[in-house]
Structure formats: C-alpha cells, structure tokens
Design a binder for this molecule. Structure first.
Ligand SMILES: Nc1ncnc2c1ncn2[C@@H]1O[C@H](COP(=O)(O)OP(=O)(O)OP(=O)(O)O)[C@@H](O)[C@H]1O
Length: 314
C-alpha cells in the first residue's frame, strides 16, 4: 500500500514546551487513520505539520510525496482541512461561502458550481443553500465545512475534532459521509478525535500519541487478529459496585487480571471463549441477573487506557 504521509523523527517545540518529541509514523493511502491522545498530547501540532501550517524543528515530513514547507502551494491544492473552528463567513450564505473558498483554488466557475450542487445534494442541504451561516445549525455548518474541505477534490482530508458539537444523529450522518467519500472518491483521511466510539467505527489504523511521542500505532485488522485474549462485556440488572472487590478477587484467582467495572456492566479480557461459562458462574453466585453478554473483538478503550499507563511512558 502506498504511503500518503511519512513522518520521521519529527520534533516540534514551542519555546521550552516540546509539543512533538521524536515522532515517526506513516499513514497509508485510501484509509481512515485515527489519531488519539490526551489534551495537549500533540495531535493538532502533528496535523498542522502535515498540512504545512507549522514547520518541524527536526526530522523529515513527506505528504503525498511532497515536502509540506517547500511544496506548500502544490500540497494545499491536494489536501482538505476541517477543524473544530471552521472559519466560515457568518454573513455569507452556505452557497456563497463555498463559492468563495472554491475560487481560492482557481476552480473554473462552471465546474465549481457543478461540484457545489452535487455535494449539497449528496449532503442533503440543497434547500438551505441560501441560508446565512450565522443562521445555520451546527450540523448544517459542519456539512458545509466538509464540502468546503473537499471542494478541491483533495487526496488527503485532515479532520481535527471535526465532529465536536454534533448530536448523535448528525454525528452518525457525518460518519456516513466520511465513509462514502473514502469509498467513492478514494480520499485518505487523518481523523483526530477524543471520541473512541467514533474512532472504532471509522478508522482502519490507529495511532496514539502521549506527551509528543507515539505510544501506539497499528492497523485495526492486525489488532483484532493478533489478540491473545478476548474482550467481553456482561450487562447485569443489579448494581455491580456492591460486589466489585469479591468478584474481582474471584476472577483474578481464575487468571483474569483485567476487569473494568461500571454500575451495570463488567468488561474483561478472558484467555479463551471457554472461560465465559466460568465468569457467568461467578456472577450468578452473587445472584446477579445477566441480561447481555457481548464479545468485544476490538476494545479501543482498553488499548487507550493501557497506552497511557505510566510504565508505557517513553
Ligand atoms: N501555537 C502554539 N504556541 C505555543 N504552544 C503551543 C502552540 N500550539 C500547541 N502548543 C502546545 O503544544 C502542546 C501540544 O498541543 P496540541 O494542540 O498539539 O495538542 P492536542 O493533542 O491537539 O490537544 P487537544 O486534544 O487539547 O486539542 C501543548 O502543550 C500546547 O500548549
């Protein structure tokens, strides 16, 4: 698979603050890549280096075979960026905003109009095209923001916490649109998010950054197939916290070290599916009513928490 982004030993400082320490990571073409990490981990800085907005202090960066600093003009023609703050003109309509941004790319007027019309249709906001941005809902603005980010038909789309503020239904729609773009336009995406559900749903490759270093980077398919243990989640009617310590001890005696208790559910890693019966017996012994048993093939929550334990610090 071709590499669309190659980052090698990149460092970026802001004064004494090391935003990126010594990062090396590659992103493949035609995939959605998730970029995760706590607040201040360095995600936006990395996105901005990829987009040619910041220049790294050390290391090498290649995006679409280009050097983002030296080939900035060429690069900007081929990437799209959407961040939480979308920077659109409040007093212009959806349509006029898109025309304005499209003209910046020197897209021929007839072609630009046809692209805008097609995307407005695809995103189901044609009927609102004359609405001023200041009067639009967050969902409408986000859709306009994505159209703006892809109006130049980019090969790479950088989404920095772009779905923030969307209600669950609009978020679902947003995810559908991103998937569709990847499928029909073969766009590669780097998606920065704090929403692990969103990343699990969309991304084929995941990179976790901690204090300016990559602490985790792997494809979801290899994560799922290389797993030595199996994640399960069991829902109960009763409150599990009252039995937490006893259950935890019994499971530990049965070689189940990782357990996460929620009020009405327990998540754990079991060595094999045969161990499910033993776990259920333990719970039933506490007169707990089990209402659901879920097999979690890919548990990003656990991967994220594990990668932020102190012993994994680089
Ligand atoms: N322009 C800047 N000037 C000074 N410091 C900056 C600048 N941009 C980022 N930093 C610092 O670099 C570090 C990494 O910030 P960055 O915004 O990349 O993190 P992030 O992972 O995107 O965080 P969040 O999830 O909160 O958006 C932080 O300590 C931040 O304060």
């Amino acid at each position: 698979m071709n590499k669309i982004v190659q980052i090698k030993n990149v460092q970026k400082r802001f004064g004494d603050n090391i935003a990126l320490d010594n990062i090396s990571v590659d992103f493949n073409e035609g995939c959605i890549h998730g970029l995760l990490g706590h607040n201040g981990a360095g995600k936006t800085t990395l996105i901005r280096i990829i987009g040619g907005i910041y220049k790294q202090d050390k290391g090498e960066v290649e995006v679409l075979g280009l050097n983002p600093i030296h080939d900035g003009y060429e690069l900007r023609k081929n990437i799209g960026v959407l961040s939480e703050n979308m920077c659109m003109y409040d007093r212009l309509s959806i349509y006029d905003n898109l025309m304005f941004y499209g003209k910046l790319y020197n897209i021929e007027k007839k072609e630009l109009k046809s692209r805008i019309d097609n995307y407005l249709k695809m995103f189901q906001i044609s009927e609102f095209k004359n609405k001023l941005i200041k009067d639009c809902s967050t969902g409408m603005k986000k859709k306009t923001g994505i159209i703006r980010a892809i109006i130049n038909e980019p090969k790479l789309l950088l989404l920095d916490e772009a779905s923030n503020g969307l209600d669950p239904i609009s978020k679902d729609e947003f995810h559908g649109l991103i998937k569709e773009l990847v499928k029909i336009k073969n766009i590669s995406v780097v998606l920065c998010s704090h929403d692990l559900g969103e990343v699990t749903k969309l991304c084929e490759h995941i990179t976790i950054i901690k204090k300016g270093n990559v602490v985790y980077s792997d494809s979801v398919s290899s994560l799922s197939s290389n797993k030595e243990s199996i994640g399960i989640k069991i829902d109960t009617i009763q409150d599990l916290f009252s039995f937490k310590e006893q259950i935890q001890k019994e499971l530990k005696d049965n070689k189940i070290d990782y357990t996460k208790f929620n009020r009405n559910s327990i998540e754990m890693e079991i060595p094999s599916l045969n161990d499910i019966n033993m776990v259920i017996k333990v719970l039933i012994n506490y007169n707990l009513n089990i209402i659901n048993v879920e097999h979690k093939i890919f548990d990003l929550n656990k991967i994220y928490l594990d990668s932020h334990r102190e012993e994994n610090a680089i």
